[in-house]
Write a protein that binds this ligand. Sequence first.
Ligand code: CO
Length: 651
Amino acid sequence: MNKHSLPEGSDADTGSEHGSGVFHPLEPLTADEISAAAGLVRGDIEDGEGELRFESIELLEPPKAEVRAFTSGDPISRAARVNAYRTGGIGVWRYAVSLSEKVILSKEFVPTARPMIQLEEFMEIEETVKSDPDFIAACEKRGITDMDLVCVDPWSAGSFGEPDEEGRHISHTFCWVRSFPEDNLYAHPIEGLNAVVDIKTREVLRVDDYGVVPVPEEDCNYTAEAQETVRDDLKKIDVVQPAGVTFSMEGRRINWHDWSLVIGFNAREGLTLHDISYEGRPVCYRASLAEMVVPYGSPAKQHARKNVFDIGEYGLGKLANSLKLGCDCLGAIHYLDCHIADVNGDPMVIENGICIHEEDYGILWKHWDFRTDETEVRRARRLVVSSISTVGNYEYGSYWYFYLDGEIEFEMKATGIINTVGCMPGECDKFGTEVAPGVVGQIHQHVFCARLDMAVDGDLNAVVECDTVAEPMGPENPYGNAFYVKETVIEKECGRKRKPEAERYWKFVSREATNRMGKPTAYKLAPTESLAAFHDPAGPSGKRMPFIFNHLWLTAYDPEERYAAGDFVNSSDGSDGVHSYVKKERPLDGADVVAWHTFGLHHQPRLEDYPVQPCISTGFKLMPNGFFDRNPNLDIPADRNKASCKALAAE
Ligand code: CO
């Protein structure tokens, strides 16, 4: 494990100039603030059955007006959201506490809520299952006697109406067995064996045994030591910035080129970006990946339950990696540590959890005037803010890119190990790919939802749906070639779908600022990576993820509407989430618009995804569209990179 609890009294805030270590109201909580928030809740929470645990302790963001009025050096009042629970039963206490005033601001007990499954609980669940006599007997039936080699993954269970699961916080587990202690367990699925565990009480409710399928014996390891040869013919690539980097930091605010933003982090969403502006002009108040779900496509009873919300049910932040210089990140890197709470409410640090660097990005623009033989070419570069999270078998790399020309891009890189299932060799059903004899990767999707609190030249925006229309052939279009963009202002909250035949995109337009042509300044979002949904919306999984059935949801800003699939996702009934927020039908034209963009990866596993999957990626772009009066990058110097040289030249 690459994270540790901080020793008592340690100063976890690096780079801070004064005691609080906070430069901006939207910076994430410091280690000391996490401790203080937990202390306030411990001192207030009523007694109950079982151990007190903390799901999450994060910044309670101050009101937007307060943040907008803030200038560097102003006093900052700090508050936290704390979710706590007891192991005696379900239910979560939601607290809001003031750290500045050291008081409880509000508290509420949500009796049916289940917290995110905590990292610390992963091993508890495994131990619980592995010591269960029925589970041990089922392993024996499959010829597995060394329980030390058995691994049990704590999958969330959905909500399938099994009577013995009601009112509990359960994990529907899957298991694998290693050939030796360092072996890749996922090469050896123990098919048809699923223990159902109460995470809170650490009871095995039952062991579902769907019948013995031989465990695939072939080892398949991805470590360098496991390879017969490791090649030596790749020449090294160094990325050097001899004059240093272009960005600077003040606390968690980063300034780079004309961009400025505050980098946040919490246990659930991981990276969050705040107060994003270009040349001092606001673009987006807050951007994050607010939810994701991985729907699987096998109808087999045990596999049909697989529909995991890796953000709402586990938390990408808590599962973030400590990144390694020269491995995860190449070049001149600035790291930020991430402070979150462990299950006891103590601060936990993920060292080097956020990576910041610049990348060359090919050419920015070019033109050769063939008459004068003059060429102008400029190099592009981007600022990269990234983190990588490991959720069980899978890795999710979140990369936010900022470009010189005002574009913002999010890229999700998915890698790691596909979830493996067993079959009789050669008898894989149509819902998967046999990636090795008896080892199956089932069809699935990774559906993400980014929450983008847009602020194009201020908070008062509108959304315009832009569909390209072919003019009917006739007197107005005698040659049948005419087409144009038809713009429709979206009047009230709703969900919208992609429309490839209309090349549909959306514009977030300012209701205050105009460009030099008198049109509203705007940013554009095109749903280029959106997915068709294949789950029936009425099924037990489909009804818990209504957000996947539209590609853009639009709401009027409410600071309590934060998550696409609702606040508490484990065992949820599907009633909470962005689909319920839009039912209020609040007006959007001239409102403080929040966009929720659904996109993702459609993944029928390939043989090449095994035993470890090369990165596949998805994402979206926010492009300025009349935000600037012209190309904003005419002032980029025409420098020639002198470190570049001709390859294969005579030595
Ligand atoms: Co996948």
